[in-house]
Design a binder for this molecule. Structure first.
Ligand code: E4P
Length: 216
């Protein structure tokens, strides 16, 4: 399954029309880059309107109390659609656990290792987000992190779903799915690259040229 890693309502609406995307993830970096000075509530409501399925909105507070308050605010914008993206850590686990007990969905984010993903799943995270590109930046192989997490979720019948994000190349998408990701969240630019293959273009050109120059 694919989600779109974007906060651009126009791009989101356009790509949702392809029928291949099941949700949206945002983060503070994406929002700062794409939305700039736009009001956060206004932008998130526009993202919700432009899409279907879960929309992840990330907490930026650091204390547990402030995180809970921020989570309640975001959740109220679209209770059936907003998933609270919780940065991994001790406070993050407490918040994940508390939100789960209130029936609020979470996406525990910035996960780089199996042990972090396992803790996030045990705390009741709806999703655990493993960051492919950033794990590779450290010189580690992300594939066993994904595969071991998936195997553990299955062994203990934990409900969490694995999202693989931080996608830099098409191959990251393929590998994440092959190693057990339930969802890959893909930036629009990578998704557009997934459309293209020169042999496809050549074949379509050949077919259309043959049809146009047929004997009449
Ligand atoms: C995932 O949910 C994150 O939004 C995203 O994929 C982060 O990746 P990056 O900042 O490494 O691109």
């Amino acid at each position: 399954m694919l989600f779109l890693d974007s906060s651009d309502p126009k791009e989101i609406k356009d790509i949702f029309a392809w029928g291949v995307i099941a949700g949206v993830t945002t983060n503070p970096l994406i929002l700062a880059r794409e939305a700039g000075a736009v009001d956060l509530e206004e932008r998130i409501r526009a993202v919700v309107a432009a899409s279907k399925g879960p929309v992840s909105v990330e907490l930026v507070s650091e204390s547990e109390g402030a995180m809970m308050e921020e989570a309640r605010l975001y959740h109220a914008w679209a209770p059936t659609r907003i998933v609270i993206k919780v940065p991994f850590g001790e406070a993050g686990l407490r918040v994940t656990h508390a939100l789960a007990s209130q029936g609020i969905e979470t996406n525990v984010t910035c996960i780089m290792s199996f042990n972090q993903a396992y803790l996030a799943a045990l705390a009741g995270g709806t999703y655990v987000s493993i960051f492919s590109g950033r794990v590779r930046d450290m010189g580690y192989d992300v594939r066993p992190v994904i595969a071991e997490t998936r195997a553990q979720l299955e062994r203990e019948k934990l409900a969490a779903k694995i999202i693989v994000g931080s996608i830099r190349h098409i191959l990251d998408v393929n590998e994440a799915l092959a190693h057990g990701a339930h969802v890959v969240t893909v930036p629009p630019a990578i998704l557009r690259k997934m459309l293209h293959n020169p042999k496809t273009d050549e074949t379509i050109r050949e077919f259309n040229a043959a049809w146009a120059s047929r004997a009449k």
